[in-house]
Design a binder for this molecule. Sequence first.
Ligand SMILES: [Zn+2]
Ligand SMILES: [Zn+2]
Length: 319
Amino acid sequence: MSHVFCALHDQALKLSRQYLACEKALLEVLVKIEAKKVYLEQGYASLTEYSQKALGLSRDVSWNLVTIVHKSKAVPELKQAVQMGVIPLSKARQIAPHLTKENSQKFIALAQAMPREKLQEALAKECPKIPSVEERARVINATQAELSLCLPKEVMEEIRRAQDRVSESQKKWVGLAETLEQVVEFYLQHKDLKEKARRHEVRKSKAPVSVEQSRRTVRESDAAARNSEFNFRHINKPRTKIQTNGRIPIPAGIKHEVIIKNAHQCTYQDPRTQLRCDKERFLHIHHKISVAMGGTNALENLTLLCSAHHRLEHYQSSG
Ligand SMILES: [Zn+2]
Ligand SMILES: [Zn+2]
């Protein structure tokens, strides 16, 4: 071994030990921060947002840490295993989604004994629902992304059948990527609230409809709102008749208009960067002036917030 290599190796080894120690220490602090949710005081809606915007951690690093912090609430053994150096953070992240109180000892021992790839296989063997390949989606250039995932064999056969149907309708051979594109488009047309809201707009702009037709439209949109995987709710939403205090539910038509108006995206604007939150999932409808303060269900008084910013908004308005 050359002197140059020895010197550089010693330096790298020393720094990587410091790096791993820092990672563990940072995890410990983040656990405390999450326990008291002190990031809310500073206007950060979640630990993820705080760790990326205030601490400058990358999306991946913050995702790894936050996943472990959240799982450690239910399974403190996970955090302890990282603290004691039993398993590195990367493996803790790998087992975290599947960890329960019951299997924690076994999974932590597996993580300790195996390299990452073998660990994924072992997890899959222990729980048949866990895929033997980790799901991964990454952007590879300006227009394309690569997706790798593990599917049940029957689902793959169904995708092949869909591929045949798409090929037939286009009168040419169509690959899996294009098949998936068509299937997703079809699904969103039927299930996506943004698309439903757009169609609601189109229906509204058409000639006047008969009473029976308009009743049906309301019934359909109500059912759509109920069936939707998007969770529109209000933090103070009454659960029972006794708790309503005269609160009137937001009509489905107004909900659709709130979605259209705000382009199906959280409307929170970061006061530091002036950037709008890009979340399009788990959106809540929020009363700008609360119902308790006399706020109504009028479109101007309603806005869309992601669950984290909804919580932040109420935290700030209550304190
Ligand atoms: Zn609200
Ligand atoms: Zn948001």
